[in-house]
Design a protein around this ligand. Sequence first.
Ligand SMILES: [Zn+2]
Length: 235
Amino acid sequence: MITTFVSPNCGPRKSEKGIAPVIDTLVIHYTGMMPTRRALDWLCDPISQVSAHYLIDEDGTTWRMVEEADRAWHAGVGAWRGWRDINSRSIGIELSNPGHDYGYRAFPNAQIETLIELTNGILERHPIPARNVVAHSDIAPSRKIDPGELFPWGQLAANGIGVWPGQVSAAVSEQDAAQTLQAIGYDVAENKFKTVLSAFQRRFRPACFDGVLDHETRSCIAAVHELVAETPPTD
Ligand SMILES: [Zn+2]
């Protein structure tokens, strides 16, 4: 059950590069504060200038703060696959979690199961490809680390949400790594390479996210790239 708790922090979606906005991206966040009620109030306070479409508590309780048709204010400065106004193209979901500053902890199963159910509905309503289900840290690597290395991307992928590299691929070369990360969607022009690499690792190789381009990371980059590569047109 979803409770509506209206946030004033929203507006109409906007065009970018002269192209009308399409909702083709889903951004996952954590709130980074406790208790959940405080986060809810903050996301709905005109002073904060931030919001999201949904907030899910650790027990699965869910609030809708902004209608999906509207532009919520959750992504901030960032980019994914060349688009910069991510708020205009995305749905934003906040997961209640203290975050790295206040005792980062695992996301309980009730919360994740609710997220999966909510997301499956969103994916039915909007043309969001798997590769555009992203962490806040993917689109803003220099500013954000949420939802963090404890977020169960593999569990989501097992439920048809997002991408997760299951198989081992031949590693990309050191020279090709940056370009391949850019092809996946990361903004390698506006962020330091090590920072982008760390964001990639936190997302896809969460056991170690030191920003070092080791062999396993190069394999992982290749595996993710294979998963997201455009299928060539057939005739
Ligand atoms: Zn965030």
